[in-house]
Ligand binder design. Structure first.
Ligand code: COA
Length: 325
């Protein structure tokens, strides 16, 4: 039995931060940001709003669209690196907001690949035959962990959420394969130094600005471009497909130039590649489900299409998922 994505939704906060807005707070400019990353603007949560709120709104849209009641949800899996609280799980807060009284769930930390990890986990629960309605969310409030004095990182990220419903497939559609990786050798190049059990929050960690994203952009760029391209090709080849079989490629949106490398390696045309980084920046766990939902909404993705997802992120984590829509 295969698991299929039977419904999708997204939530983006209303507030838009343009490149011009960032020019006012760090030494950067619109031209540099657009040509180096492809980003023109990104979204930011309202005061008091965070990951649980965005995730809840995305799932609520799925319930509204499908008419499914909250008590039918079996599991809520949330991919995030920006939980509302260190504990309990933000999935619990979302469960409570929704009133999903028969669900269990958990948070999963896979950074930019988090949604693909969560999708694989969710698919296996459905394939087991024990669960039939699994909600998979990718949501991140990156503005909470960005140093708006660091032009290397604050221009890259945005806030947002996307969600999908997984159900048993009754035909050929569904998740065909996933190839996922993790390699902690990359931890030193993209991380948050403090606030965990190794270096708990103290006056010193706050004064040293250790509660923000630290990134060696060039180091990450090189491995991300190669990693995402390699794994995308590998999953196509091992399932006997080539680039021309794919209707849509929805890659993680970290940098347009990284996406271009994967698209070239797989031989994709512009029409095959979903690109929304210009509007939202890198929303970490949320980029892929946002891209899926937009593609469904605008008719780029229809039943029977072959869909390829790919991501690369902190960890390092990376992977690719192949779906018959
Ligand atoms: N505005 C203007 N100039 C900037 C800048 C900014 N926001 N950020 C960096 N620069 C400067 C640098 O200081 C450097 O100046 P110098 O040559 O005088 O030292 C110059 O621009 C080039 O910097 P560099 O880091 O080589 O740029 P880059 O082409 O590698 O682009 C990133 C930087 C961060 C956009 C790019 O490396 C990247 O996207 N990395 C991967 C990030 C990523 O995907 N992370 C998420 C995980 S998937």
């Amino acid at each position: 039995m295969k698991a299929m994505i039977s419904a999708t939704a997204r939530y983006l906060p209303e507030k838009i931060i343009t490149n011009a807005d960032l020019e006012k707070i760090v030494d950067t400019n619109d031209e540099w940001i657009r040509t180096r990353t492809g980003i023109s603007e990104r979204r930011m949560v309202a005061p008091g709003q965070a990951t649980a709120d965005m995730g809840t709104r995305a799932v609520q849209k799925i319930l509204d669209k499908t008419g499914i009641s909250p008590d039918e949800i079996d599991i809520i899996i949330l991919a995030t690196i920006t939980p509302d609280l260190p504990f309990p799980a933000t999935a619990a807060l979302i469960q409570n907001n929704l009133g999903a009284k028969n669900a269990w769930g958990f948070d999963l930390s896979g950074a930019c690949t988090g949604f693909l990890y969560a999708l694989e986990a969710g698919a296996k629960f459905v394939e087991s035959g024990k669960y039939s309605k699994v909600i998979v969310i990718g949501a991140d409030t990156m503005s909470a962990i960005l140093n708006y004095e660091d032009r290397n990182t604050c221009i890259l990220f945005g806030d947002g959420a996307g969600a999908v419903l997984l159900e048993p497939s009754e035909d050929d559609s569904g998740i065909i394969d996933a190839k996922l990786h993790i390699d902690g050798n990359g931890a030193q190049f993209l991380y948050m130094p403090a606030g965990g059990s190794l270096k708990p929050t103290s006056h010193e960690t706050v004064a040293n600005k250790e509660h923000y994203v630290i990134q060696d952009g060039q180091a990450v760029f090189k491995v991300a471009a190669k990693g995402m391209a390699d794994v995308s090709l590998e999953i196509l080849e091992r399932n006997n497909f080539s680039g021309s079989d794919v209707k849509l490629f929805i890659p993680h949106q970290a940098n347009k130039r990284i996406i271009d490398v994967s698209a070239r390696r797989c031989g994709f045309t512009e029409e095959q590649v979903v690109l929304n980084i210009g509007k939202y920046g890198n929303t970490t766990g949320a980029t892929i489900p946002i891209g899926i939902d937009e593609s469904v909404e605008n008719g780029r993705l229809v039943k029977g299409d072959l869909l390829l997802l790919a991501a690369f992120g902190a960890g390092y984590t990376w992977g690719s998922t192949l779906i018959r829509w």
